[in-house]
Design a protein around this ligand. Sequence first.
Ligand code: PA5
Length: 399
Amino acid sequence: MVKFDFFTYSKSFFNIEEYNSLYNKKNYYIEKLKNNAMTAWTKEIDNDLVSEIKTTAEYIKNNFDCLVVVGIGGSYLGSYSFMNAFKPYFNNQNFEIIYAGTTLSSKYLDELLIYLNNKNFCLNVISKSGDTLETKITYKLLKDALKRKYKEEDLAKHIIITSDKQSGSLREEVTKYNYKSFEIPKDIGGRYSFITPAHLLPLAINYNIDLIIDGYYDGKRLIDEAYQYAIVRNLLFKKGKVIENFCIYEESLSYFTEWLKQLFGETEGKNELGIFPTSTLFTRDLHSIGQFIQEGNKILFETVINIKNSKNYIEYQGINLNSFNNIIVNSVIKAHHKGNTPCLEIEMDELTLENLATLIYFFELSAAFSGFLFDVDPFNQPGVEIYKQEIKKSLNEEF
Ligand code: PA5
């Protein structure tokens, strides 16, 4: 179960009439969302596809030592954030999944190639466009490593491509070499692609994706809350709160906040508008950036994502440490609110696959509404394309 309180510690910062006036436009924006061509992520995933994902996950587990996922941005953050949220902090016995393609660090890639030398590994290369530079370079290096270990005719056993159905160089590879492949639908953009094989295949290896899928669609009932959250953020932005700080108290959610940054940053950051998303891990960052939040420039608001109950019981001087943590969460919200920082609250009763997946859908919905409120297209990312083109141009000039 997830709960929200967007008002207690924020309502004094905006005008309730303005809120109501935007709230009255809810049905207009719901219709706008329904009629948008890029919202296939709100539609039910096909059962046969889910079965195929599970079968492929079994194939990977039964035949390899590890899986290397190659992808960047919306092609990795969804599954990566989930894995980090649920893997044990210590003594991780899960099937090994390694991520690559998010940087072109020679150190990382060289050490990865050395590490993979003695491993029988499988590659899942994920790119909707099929042409992203980081992904292409990493794929080439890893494919060359496979070629050094296996016969040409055996490579197809080790390579799974997830990409657009028709276009891009990855799809050409599938056609040319008959690689196993999955599709990222045309009508789902990268950062909204959680409910596609791009994320469900890596997740199916260690987790029950039926629970994840159920949790995700459970988010549909939160359409009203998603719209409320979008309005409150928009009104706070208009009052000069141009930064949203996602606060967590559980370190394993650190990549979930990275996913949030991508979702909101790429959705809203257009036409010189949008809220700059950032994140802090508390209580750690209360001892650093907490000073700025309390007494510095009043340009930010906070969205606190708290997990109310922990499955792990630890006692400290007769008190459940988890209750202690909840007291800290509330106290920090009160203190920051006193320091003129509006605080919005999102609470999971527990950290479960279903709850986190529900939040994914909730945030996707809210980001889409927010894009509409900013009057920008929530589903494109022309700015990301500009840097990609600039790199291509420079590379052509250099080589
Ligand atoms: O949200 C987006 O669309 C982007 O962040 C992409 O996911 C990212 O640029 C990677 O693109 P691709 O999947 O085409 O390799």
